[in-house]
Design a protein around this ligand. Structure first.
Ligand code: SAM
Length: 204
């Protein structure tokens, strides 16, 4: 694997939110609360990242001209807040989520907000990636079955410039292997690491 680590300073927490981001985040959070209260079936793999910090990290990435292009992909999108925040700032944005109930609830929010993020139901795991076979045995919180949606999206992993994922502790290596195997050189992988904030890598 060849990655360049890019330090995101902790001062990003004082960056202003993008226009409309706070309203978007409030709307998503309200929808998530309603979903949690109404849904009988608990989706164990679904937890949310710090959406405000994600918005600030994207601002910092744009301010520092780190993007090779304008395409964003949220890997394991949940309510697709990341994909919607990226679309809000003018990126061509896709969210991929495997749980149909989450996809439909996320789509309702995107419709309500007139947000253009494209939210797809299916797996982020592409077919026939040998490099993923071994590491798939080590992850519990990513569904590693191959049922990918890239044909439906009409884009492949190497078409995206910025990926975002919120891996469960110890599972970030899966996302690194995925982007390393199929992403393009120059692509950025942003991950949320809980208390340790945002982490940024560039494939070189
Ligand atoms: C930790 S949550 C993160 C949600 C969102 N990205 C966020 O940061 O708030 C991970 C999500 O990945 C989804 N997921 C797990 N395996 C997946 C797969 N193979 N393809 C697509 N989504 C997957 C889970 O259903 C869950 O909603």
């Amino acid at each position: 694997m060849a990655w360049q680590e890019i330090d995101i300073p902790s001062t990003i927490r004082s960056l202003p939110y993008h226009d409309g981001a706070e309203h978007l985040i409030d709307t998503v959070n309200e929808a998530i609360e309603a979903f949690m209260l109404a849904d009988q079936e608990v989706i164990e793999n679904f937890v949310t990242c710090d959406f405000h910090l994600l918005d600030q990290a994207m601002t910092w990435i744009q301010q520092n001209h780190l993007l090779a292009g304008n395409r964003f992909c949220e890997l394991g999108a949940g309510f697709a807040a990341g994909a919607m925040l990226a679309s809000l700032r003018g990126m061509e944005s896709v969210g991929i989520e495997i749980e149909p109930n989450l996809v439909s609830a996320a789509q309702d929010v995107a419709d309500e907000l007139h947000n253009d993020a494209q939210i797809y139901c299916g797996s982020i795991v592409p077919r026939d990636v040998e490099e993923l076979a071994e590491i798939s045995l080590e992850v519990r919180n990513v569904t590693t079955d191959e049922d990918d949606v890239y044909d439906e999206i009409g884009l492949e992993l190497d078409d995206f410039d910025l990926f975002f994922a919120f891996p469960w502790p110890g599972e970030q290596g899966f996302f690194e292997t995925l982007v390393d195997a199929r992403g393009s050189v120059g692509a950025l992988l942003l991950t949320y690491r809980g208390r340790d904030g945002m982490h940024l890598l560039r494939k070189v």
